[in-house]
Design a protein around this ligand. Structure first.
Ligand code: ARG
Length: 456
């Protein structure tokens, strides 16, 4: 029954079989396993290890197996351990003993490595497109609210006025780096491991470069031990996905906070909120909360594979079979997030009046008062001290900066003039920050142009 049965005299214990089998999750690799096997049959033919006629029978047989897998008539057999053996066994059932020639010079160790790399080739563009779609909506919402001011925060304390568009675009640039990381991972994975054999290389005259071309890889692995024993391409993907998940969890964190009655900056559409089974008044931002919460499993998946790989002696070890479920889960999780987030973002209602009002509260332009003094020649350190005292005074008097008249201001510094009134408006504060990357409307317009190209 087993592909390796010859050496054994007792059959595997049911518990061991269940514990070591991987079919439950590696079955999803079947499209890549078939593609790798068809290419391998071609390589064996080219090397004259099998005849052209044998190759054609094997390839036709594999295509038959593929059809069964596609239309769901394939019978998976858990006792055959994994997807590789399941496919090979079915091939032999369909075409007879010649099917047994396919595994010549090949090991499941280089086979799984090629399957996983082919899987990444499919998964990465889908993840990339998902992130791009989020960028696109953020760019659209930023365009719509290009000039809307809001309070910016540090330490979650009111800091300085910013534009809502500037805030939204921050995420577009984060996601652009996430997409770069995915691309880099794809490039690192674009190396063909077949021909590494179990670990030492294949003993048959395989033209690995031609095989790499057949499978669309840019290069062949230069070291067979490395080829069968590393999973860095998966770890890189898990890291890239975890970082993207972290970014998206922060966006979710902003939105859930902004949706509170305390903030009141944004309202979720009913289509992307849920109610409470007990409290009739509740409207919960569930989608955003889960978008935030799912970063936990993305980090966990990264940690799981990093930890499973740590300290493993070269080369292949069965521990490495633990790499697949975390990767599949991270890919599925990020895709689920990128499915729901674009329409959720598109349906948000930003409370621009509330944002505008809040932008000017709580001494948000105090830095601009200090900058005003600096422009009149006061050293910044001194200006900071003076404005600190003004804020203290205003707090005691329970008024805002704009309520202080010139006479009062002059008791703090003689350089104050009538033009201070204009300098401490939200608009002036925003407009002053026009250096590249700042929140001035002009600067944001320029960064929006860049963001648009990144979201393409
Ligand atoms: N199921 C294995 C994995 O996921 C495939 C390679 C198995 N090789 C072996 N000798 N058991 O990594």
């Amino acid at each position: 029954m087993k592909t390796w049965g010859g050496r054994f005299s007792e059959r595997a214990d049911a518990s061991a079989e269940k514990f070591t089998g991987s079919l439950a999750f590696d079955r999803w690799l079947w499209p890549y396993d078939i593609a790798g096997s068809i290419a391998w049959a071609g390589a064996l033919g080219r090397a004259r290890v099998i005849t052209d006629e044998e190759r054609d029978r094997i390839v036709k047989g594999l295509e038959g197996v593929r059809r069964e897998l596609e239309d769901g008539t394939f019978t998976f057999r858990a006792e055959l351990e994994d997807i590789h053996t399941n496919i090979e066994r079915r091939l032999t059932e369909l075409i007879g003993p010649v099917g047994g020639k396919l595994h010549t010079g090949r090991s499941r160790n280089d086979q799984i490595a090629v399957d996983e790399r082919l899987f990444l080739r499919d998964a990465i563009p889908r993840l990339d497109e998902g992130l791009r779609r989020i960028q696109q909506v953020l760019v659209d919402r930023a365009t719509e609210h290009l000039d809307a001011p809001m309070p910016g925060y540090t330490h979650l304390q009111r800091a300085q006025p910013i534009l809502l568009s500037h805030h939204l675009l921050a995420y577009v640039f984060m996601l652009a780096r996430d997409r770069d990381r995915l691309r880099a991972c794809g490039a690192h994975a674009d190396v063909m491991p077949l021909g590494a054999g179990a670990l030492a290389g294949t003993a048959f005259p395989i033209d690995r470069e031609a095989l790499a071309r057949d499978l669309g890889f840019a290069a062949v692995s230069p070291n067979s031990l490395d080829a069968v024993s590393d999973r860095d391409y998966f770890i890189e993907l898990l890291a890239a996905v975890a970082i993207a998940g972290m970014h998206l969890s922060r966006l979710a964190g902003d939105l859930t906070l902004w949706a509170t009655s305390e903030f009141g900056f944004v309202e979720f559409s009913d289509r992307f909120a849920t109610g409470s089974s007990m409290m009739p008044q509740k409207k919960n931002p569930d989608v955003a909360e889960l978008m935030r919460g799912k970063s936990g499993r993305l980090y966990g998946n990264l940690m799981a594979v990093l930890t499973a790989m740590k300290g493993l002696p070269l080369t292949y070890n069965s521990d490495m079979q633990e790499d697949k479920e975390p990767v599949f889960d991270s890919v599925d999780t990020l895709l689920a997030i990128t499915d729901v987030v674009p329409p959720m973002l598109a349906s948000l209602t930003f409370r621009v009046d509330r944002l505008r009002q809040a932008a000017g509260e709580h001494f948000s332009t105090a830095t601009d008062v200090a900058d005003y003094l600096v422009r009149k020649g006061v050293p910044f350190r001194e200006a900071h001290e003076i404005v600190g005292r003004i804020v203290r005074h205003a707090l005691d008097a329970r008024v805002g900066l704009e309520a202080l008249d010139l006479g009062t201001l002059r008791t703090f510094s003689p350089v104050f003039d009538a033009d201070i009134t204009r300098a401490i408006t939200v608009e002036a504060s925003l407009a002053a920050r026009s250096a590249t990357g700042g929140t001035a409307p002009d600067a944001v317009r320029r960064s929006l142009d860049l963001a648009r190209t990144l979201a393409r």
